[in-house]
Design a protein around this ligand. Sequence first.
Ligand SMILES: Cc1ncc(COP(=O)(O)O)c(C=O)c1O
Length: 368
Amino acid sequence: MPRYARHLYCDGPHNPFPGLKALERRLGREIPHRLGSNEGLDMPHEALTQRFGGEVAILARSYSDAEAFGVRQRLSTHLASPLDTLLVDAGADSLIALALRATCEPGSVVIASAGTYPTFGYFALGQGCDLQEVPYKDSPGELAPDLMALAEAANYHRARLVYLANPDNPGGHLHENHAIAALRQALPEECTLLLDEAYFDFRPDASMANSNEAWPGVIRVRTFSKAHGLAGLRIGYAIAASQCLEMLQKVRIHYAVSSLAQAAAETVLDHSDEVQAHIDAVIDRRERLTRWLRELGGDVTDSATNFIALRMPSADLAAQVHAELLDAGSLIHRPPHPALGHVLRISALEDALKPGRLAALEKALGSS
Ligand SMILES: Cc1ncc(COP(=O)(O)O)c(C=O)c1O
C-alpha cells in the first residue's frame, strides 16, 4: 500500500505560479514594476479604503505570497520548528482536505471516531473514501477517542489515513504525546495519522518547545481560528516532515490564503502577549463553566479546549435542551452524529456564564 495517492508518485505536478514574492526572495531584490500577473493593481479602491483603511486596499490588490513566508518564518521562531516542516493553508479545514487529497484515492479506507469533528468525514466521503468509524470511550466523566480501537480498525482495513482530533472535538479530551506516539507505532507503516490540533493552544503544555516537532507519518494540523481569533480570515498551518509537505504541495491551491489573512496572522504572532492573555482568559472561563455545571449535577468531561462538553442522561433530553435554548436565542452545539446525540458542547465565552443564559439546561439538570 503506498503512503500517498498513486498518481502523485511522479515528477510533478508543479505549481505554475510560485508567485512574485517567491521570485523576489530568490533574486534577493524587489521587483518594482509588476507588469506580468494581471491583477487590478490600478483599482483606486476608494470605497474599500473608506471602509477598512488604506492598508487593506493595498493588500487586497495583489496576489498573496503562495509560500506564506512571513507567517512561516514567525511560526518557525515561535515553535522552534524548521521552516521546511511548516506549511500554511486556508485553515485547518483546508489542510484536512489537502491531506486527504494527497494520501487517498476513491475507495481508500479512512478511519475516525464516530461523532468526531464531522468536517473530516464530509471531506472524506466527498472524495470517494470509505469512511470507517469506531466508537468513542463514552462513560460517566469520559468522552474520549479510543486509540486502540482506531489502531485496530486501521490494521484490519489496511487504512490509508486515521483522523484524530487532539484535543478532541466534541469531547475536549487530551491524549498526551506518549499516547499519540504509541498510536502511531500501532498503525500500518504507510498509513498516515492526520492529527487535528485545532485546539493545541489551549493545552496546558502548549508553550513547551518540544510540542512542535514533525513526527514521522503524522500530519499535525493547527489553526489561527481559535486562540488567535482569525476564523473569518481562513488561515492555519501544518507541521510534518518536509518530504510529506512536498507531496501536499503538489495538490495545494497555491493562492488559497489571502494576503490579508497572512498579514493578520503575522500581526497576531508579533503580539503573542495578547494571544496568551486571551488563552488564559478562555481557560479561566472554561474552568468556571465546568465548576458551575458540575455543581448543578452535569456530567462535564475534562476539556483542554475553548469549550466544555456535557454528557446528558439521554439524547432526547439533549435535543430538548438544545431546542429550548435555540428558542430563547442561544445556540449551543449538539453533534449531528447519532452516536453522540446525548452530548452538548458549549463555548467558554463570558456570555455562557451570564445568569439565565443557559436556563433550559439548568432546569434539565435540576430535574434529571
Ligand atoms: C477539530 C477542529 N478542526 C478544525 C476546525 C476548523 O478550523 P479552521 O477554522 O482552521 O478551518 C475546527 C473548528 O471548529 C475544529 O473543531
